[in-house]
Design a protein around this ligand. Structure first.
Ligand code: FE2
Length: 237
């Protein structure tokens, strides 16, 4: 493993751990061996979501993690010689693997970066400076991020460091795995599936998004941005 692979691997590994998904060492990145992930436990102190929504949402995460492990185990023993692009068990498992993988990790990242009832961001944080640098201003990022939140179907809005462009971008993901930009390292993640807000906000997604953004956990985001800085430094070297 060369330097860049090592640093990216360490940064990704740490973020996965902080996202609440533990991993079996050296297995979670493997595509050839079964891996086992475990849903993290999240304390959601926010009063801007009902306890029923929070409970049901955490149960969804548990379900995605169980499916991911199940798919991983099946991939370990599937017949690869009959793989084809029209209809094969291997192909179906690979598609489902990405769907459930993203569902599990995006939920972990989301739960971790919301629900800070004392949320605050100051202009001297790296998060603020990087966002202002790449979007023109913090307000411009906010406007663009909200637009992404409103544009996702049942899906996600993500602020991420893009390793190809070497800058931060906002991006929209439909479902858990459609329109996923490659080379991104997520730092701010918002669940825009109806299950995340409909019970509490009905069809008013905008109010839900504003409520969650009011309680973004900027100390969690700052840690992610610092890891992205490490990746950026290696990419520039
Ligand atoms: Fe969700």
């Amino acid at each position: 493993m060369n330097d860049i692979e090592k640093i990216i691997s360490e940064a990704v590994s740490e973020t996965l751990k902080e996202s609440g998904i533990s991993e079996t060492p050296n297995k979670v990145m493997s595509i050839n061996e079964a891996y086992v992930a475990e849903a993290g436990q999240f304390e959601l102190n926010t009063e801007l979501l009902s306890s029923k929504t929070k409970k049901a949402h955490k149960e969804l995460l548990d379900g995605y993690v169980k499916k991911l492990n199940n798919i991983s185990a099946n991939l370990d023993s599937v017949d690869k010689t009959s793989a084809n692009l029209n209809n094969s068990v291997f192909r179906s498992l690979k598609i489902d693997e990405t769907y459930n993988h993203n569902a599990a990790f995006l939920h972990g990242l989301y739960f971790e970066n919301i629900s800070d009832v004392n949320s605050t961001i100051s202009m001297d944080t790296i998060s603020y400076m990087r966002i202002a640098r790449d979007f023109g201003s913090f307000d411009a990022w906010q406007e663009d991020f909200v637009a992404c939140c409103l544009s996702a179907r049942n899906g996600w809005a993500v602020t991420a460091y893009n390793m190809h462009l070497q800058r931060y971008v906002n991006t929209v993901i439909d479902l858990h795995s459609q329109n996923v930009m490659t080379g991104i390292f997520p730092v701010i993640v918002m669940d825009c599936w109806e299950h995340s807000y409909y019970r509490d906000y009905l069809k008013d997604r905008k109010t839900y998004v504003f409520a969650m953004m009011k309680e973004l956990n900027w100390s969690v985001i700052e840690k992610r941005v610092k890891k992205a800085d490490m990746i950026a430094k290696v990419l520039r070297s």
